[in-house]
Design a protein around this ligand. Structure first.
Ligand SMILES: [Zn+2]
Length: 274
C-alpha cells in the first residue's frame, strides 16, 4: 500500500512540477477520458496535501500569513471566471513552500503550491496571476486523474496480457509512472493549461497575455542554479509562446500597461519575502 501511495504521489508531482516549463504540442484528444469523479480529485488532493505537510524536509511550508493571503486573493479572483467548473467541489487553496526552486505545481482538487523561488523570479502581478491560472487549469481540466485513468487502463490491459503476476505488474506500474512517459504525455495538458490560463485571466484585471511574458522571462534565463537546472531539463518552448501570441491577436488584446501588470505593487510584495 505504501508503494502504491508513493508512486501515486510521485506521478502527480511529476506531472505538476514539470508542468510550467514543458514544451507543448497539440493533444490527440484521447486523454479526456476520466474514470475518477471530481470528488475523487478533491479527496486525492486533500490526501496529497496532508502528505506534503508531513514532509517538512522536502516541502518546508513558508509561514507568512500576509504573503499566503496575497496569493489566495489572486486565486479567488481568478476563480470568479465563468470558465471555472469545480469551485464548489474542489478546495481551492494556495500554499507557499520555502525553497529557491523556481516552480509551482498543482495537485488534483485545487491545491496549488508556489515555491518562494518562483515568487522572487516573477516580475509583476500579472505574471503571478498567469502562473496561478495555469495551475488552476491543471486542476480544473483534471489532468492528473485523466493521466491516472490512462495508466490504469494500460495496467488492466497488461494484466490481461501477462496474466495475474503481482510482481511483474508492480514492476510495470513503476515503469509506467517513470518520468519520460509522463513528460511526453503532459505536453498537450500544458498547452491546454496555457489556453485556459488565458481564458481565465480575460475576466480579471490582469493582462491575459502575461503567460507569454513569463515564458520570455524563462527563456532569457537567469544566473541562479535554480533556473539553470530547470532550463536544462524543461526548456521553454517557442510553440508555447507562439500559441499565447496567437490568442492575444485573436482576442485583440492591447499591449499591457502598468494598469494591468501591477509591477510596482508586485515589487513591493517581493520585498516582504525572505
Ligand atoms: Zn503546467
Amino acid at each position: 500500500m505504501r508503494t502504491v501511495k508513493f508512486y501515486l504521489i510521485y506521478a502527480v508531482m511529476a506531472i505538476a512540477t514539470m508542468g510550467t516549463f514543458n514544451g507543448c504540442e497539440s493533444g490527440t484528444g484521447i486523454g479526456d477520458l476520466n474514470l475518477y469523479s471530481p470528488s475523487d480529485d478533491a479527496q486525492m488532493g486533500a490526501q496529497l496535501d496532508a502528505e506534503i505537510r508531513n514532509m517538512p524536509n522536502e516541502y518546508p511550508i513558508y509561514n507568512n500569513a500576509a504573503a499566503t493571503q496575497y496569493l489566495q486573493d489572486i486565486m479567488n479572483e481568478i476563480l470568479i471566471s465563468d470558465e471555472i467548473e469545480y469551485r464548489e467541489v474542489f478546495n481551492y487553496k494556495v500554499t507557499i513552500i520555502q525553497s529557491e526552486t523556481i516552480n509551482a505545481f498543482a495537485t488534483p482538487g485545487g491545491y496549488v503550491y508556489f515555491f518562494t523561488g518562483m515568487l522572487k523570479f516573477l516580475e509583476n502581478e500579472a505574471m503571478l496571476a498567469s502562473v496561478m491560472a495555469h495551475e488552476i487549469a491543471h486542476a480544473e481540466r483534471r489532468h492528473a486523474t485523466q493521466r491516472m485513468t490512462k495508466q490504469l487502463g494500460l495496467s488492466v490491459l497488461l494484466s490481461v496480457v501477462l496474466g495475474n503476476n503481482p510482481a511483474q505488474l508492480t514492476e510495470i506500474a513503476a515503469n509506467l509512472f517513470s518520468g519520460l512517459e509522463l513528460l511526453r504525455n503532459s505536453r498537450s495538458d500544458e498547452a491546454e493549461s496555457d489556453e485556459y490560463s488565458f481564458k481565465y485571466l480575460q475576466t480579471t484585471k490582469w493582462y491575459p497575455g502575461a503567460g507569454k511574458m513569463f515564458f520570455e522571462l524563462v527563456s532569457q534565463g537567469g544566473t541562479t542554479g535554480a533556473i539553470e537546472e530547470l532550463l536544462s531539463t524543461h526548456p521553454p518552448d517557442e510553440k508555447r509562446i507562439a500559441a499565447i501570441e496567437a490568442m492575444i491577436k485573436a482576442n485583440n488584446i492591447p499591449p499591457p500597461t502598468e494598469a494591468n501588470l501591477f509591477t510596482q505593487r508586485y515589487q513591493q510584495f517581493k520585498q516582504t519575502l525572505n
